[in-house]
Design a protein around this ligand. Structure first.
Ligand code: ASC
Length: 673
């Protein structure tokens, strides 16, 4: 009788066990990660439409028939897919996702001439990007002055489900602030390019989530019995219905074309303070990064910035209260917008007994600096700046003349004019003739006097690029200077695409060696937009670790239009796929019909429950398979033997050593004694 040998396995046992365990983790890992991260699909049809943002009928650039565009909301690690359909009759369009870093998707940054070609009228383009950081963001047009035309909306990224913010609140309110002109952006743009230049002037109205009231004091507006101010839907006064003794997270983002704003919630230190409200704000987030929390009665917010503040409704419940939003940094000609905190169950018609909080004086720069300098990184922000830089670029901001007459803004005496071929494609494919290959200046003359108008008021225009190797640690010193008029220097909020940067410091006058020693490497805030104050400097640091082409520019829309920006190209050789339609213009256009980027999977597949089921089925199958293998091996039910050409009965007679033979004898003659 043949001795039953220890059963060998076709697949060694340890391997099977590893495979088994790995399958479980892998199956579950995929299932869970898919279940928690989703793809959020949006379809945006961009069109001009009649609208009355401030009760005066005008034309706005709306999305899906609404102004501002629909809010986008996603969780960290989600993928956002936005199909943009251009329904404008005669203009191209692009949409930039402000504050989203676009790691691995530089083509989706939505910047005309930089990351892509404008989407032609009647055509569409699908943006697809991952949101990897929680925070308060927004999106807006980035072609010509389409942001000023009203092409914007908010974009909020929440933490992954189940994760908690490091602060507590009961409810959330989302405010997107903007400014509004009655002159069309076409008129504004032609004015800026004319000789003599026709400046856009101050905005007519400040809008809160797209509504404001022109030429009608907001107080009148809130008085529902006022005959002077018609109460129309599209410009209804902004009312925040709040419940007493709750904490609200107010997300505030500014997409203004020009105005620096102040959001004031209370009036401090007044003799009759018992008459006034004393709401306070606790600042907790800036540009999608947690900050060292501090209490304030008002915040300054520059175009391109965002904040989250916590407000507790702890005032007398018998009243309603005002908050005001007014202009800072430029002599205001625009009345502040008002916002009513309607303490429920009070009627909305109950006007507050305390007057609206006053906006600080527009040119009280010390106050502005005091606020801005308080924004520092929270101790929780573990990303510290590298201690040294490997490259420093000093950018002198001047207002200047071009060809003797045209007014421009210039950086190191170059006023940016964008090329027709997007840089991303041009650099990736080595199309050197599409833009100036001479490197732009890394600095400006040491003896430049920033206190006087440019001595040689004659700027060049240009489109050259600062190129960075992967991993370079870049410091940029933004140096402000006197504009064309004597004793004038303006505020500029600078925004960098593709990165957050550390704000290492601000200072007065010209940046010096002494300033260098005072830079903050301990807790500099991470931001995507930072201000330079008049006649001052601001120092930032970032690591060039995001392959792509990114614009760094003044977020004042007319200033960018007048050339106030530079182009950073980072390790473009590492950029992988660029959808062909993104490059279907200029020298990157191909002669044949360019396919439009295929639509991703139908939304149903991304339903998390569906994915859970698929994952579960795969998991059960793997378990079943492993079980069958292990069972058969363990209990000698060797039904796989036929695959080796062995019958079940014969197989029982085989010694362990026989299996080492490559072709076991089908008619064994040898028997155990
Ligand atoms: O760029 C600008 O031009 C005008 C003014 O300087 C010339 O009219 C202004 O206020 C700006 O910010």
């Amino acid at each position: 009788m043949a001795k039953v040998a220890n059963q060998p396995s076709l697949i060694p046992m340890p391997f099977l066990v590893i495979f088994f365990v790995f399958s479980i983790f892998f199956g579950f890992g995929i299932t869970l990660s898919k279940a928690v991260s989703q793809t959020r699909y949006y379809k945006f049809e961009v069109e001009y439409m009649f609208w009355s943002p401030d009760c005066i009928e005008n034309i706005v650039m709306g999305i899906n028939g609404t102004f501002p565009g629909p809010p986008i909301r996603a969780n960290v690690n989600d993928t956002v897919v936005v199909e943009v359909i251009n329904n404008l009759s005669t203009e191209g369009v692009v949409i930039h996702w402000h504050g989203i870093l676009q790691r691995g998707s530089p083509w989706a940054d939505g910047t005309a001439s930089i990351s892509q070609c404008p989407i032609n009228p009647g055509e569409n383009f699908t943006y697809e990007f991952k949101v990897d950081k929680p925070g308060t963001y927004f999106y807006h047009g980035h072609f010509g002055m389409q942001r000023a035309a009203g092409l914007y909306g908010s974009l909020i990224v929440d933490l992954e489900e189940g994760k908690k913010e490091p602060f507590q609140y009961d409810e959330e309110i989302n405010l997107l602030l903007s400014d509004w002109w009655h002159a069309s952006v076409h008129e504004q743009e032609v004015g800026l390019k004319s000789n003599p230049m026709r400046w856009v002037g101050e905005p007519q109205t400040i809008l809160i989530n797209g509504t404001g009231q022109f030429n009608c004091t907001s107080l009148e507006k809130y008085n529902t019995s006022s005959e002077h101010c018609e109460w129309k839907d599209q410009c209804a006064p902004f009312v925040l219905k709040v419940e007493p003794n709750k904490t609200y997270r107010i997300r505030i983002a500014s997409t203004t074309s020009l105005a620096a704003l102040n959001f004031a919630i209370s009036k401090k230190f007044h003799h009759f303070s018992f008459l006034f409200q004393n709401h306070t704000m606790l600042v907790v987030e800036a540009d999608g990064n947690y900050v060292q929390q501090f209490v304030t009665s008002d915040i300054d917010i520059y175009s391109g910035e965002s904040y989250s503040v916590l407000v507790t409704t702890n005032q007398s419940t018998t009243q309603n209260y005002w908050a005001s939003i007014g202009v800072r940094g430029r002599e205001p000609k625009t009345s502040p917008a008002l916002l009513l905190f309607n303490y429920l169950p009070n009627s909305v018609a109950k006007l507050p007994i305390s007057p609206p909080p006053e906006i600080p004086k527009w040119n009280d720069y010390d106050r502005s600096k005091n606020f801005t300098y308080r924004v520092l990184a929270s101790a929780m922000n573990t990303t510290k700046p590298p201690p040294i830089f490997t490259r420093r670029i000093s950018l002198l901001n001047t207002q200047n003349l071009m060809n003797g007459n045209f007014i421009k803004w210039a950086i190191n005496n170059i006023s940016l004019t964008l090329p027709s071929t997007p840089y991303l494609g041009a650099i990736k494919f080595g199309l050197n003739s599409t833009f100036n290959q001479t490197a732009p200046p890394e600095t400006f003359p040491k003896n430049y006097n920033i206190k006087i108008p440019p001595p040689n008021p004659n700027t060049n225009t240009g489109n050259s690029v600062y190129r960075f190797r992967s991993g370079e640690i870049v410091d940029v010193i933004l140096q402000n200077a006197n504009a064309l008029s004597n004793n004038t220097s303006e505020i500029h909020p600078w925004h960098l695409h593709g990165h957050d940067f550390w704000v290492l410091g601000y200072g007065e006058g010209k940046f010096s060696d002494e300033d260098e020693t005072k830079l903050n490497l301990k807790n500099p805030p991470l931001k995507n937009t930072v201000v330079i104050f008049p006649f001052g400097w601001t120092a930032i640091r970032f690591v060039a670790d995001n392959p792509g082409v990114w614009i760094f520019h003044c977020h004042i829309e007319p200033h960018l239009d007048m050339g106030m920006g530079v182009i950073f190209a980072e390790a473009v050789e590492k950029v992988r796929e660029i959808p062909p339609y993104a490059l279907a213009c200029g020298r990157t256009a191909t002669p044949q019909v360019v396919p439009i980027i295929p639509r991703p999977n139908p939304p149903g597949l991304d339903n998390p429950y569906y994915i859970i089921w698929i994952g579960l089925v795969i998991f059960l199958c793997v378990i079943g398979l492993c079980y069958v293998c292990l069972y058969r091996i363990r209990f000698n039910n060797l039904s796989w033997r036929p695959y080796l050409g062995i019958s079940e009965s014969q197989s029982n007679q085989i010694e362990f050593s026989d299996l080492s033979q490559s072709n076991p004898n089908p008619n064994p003659t040898h028997e155990e004694p």
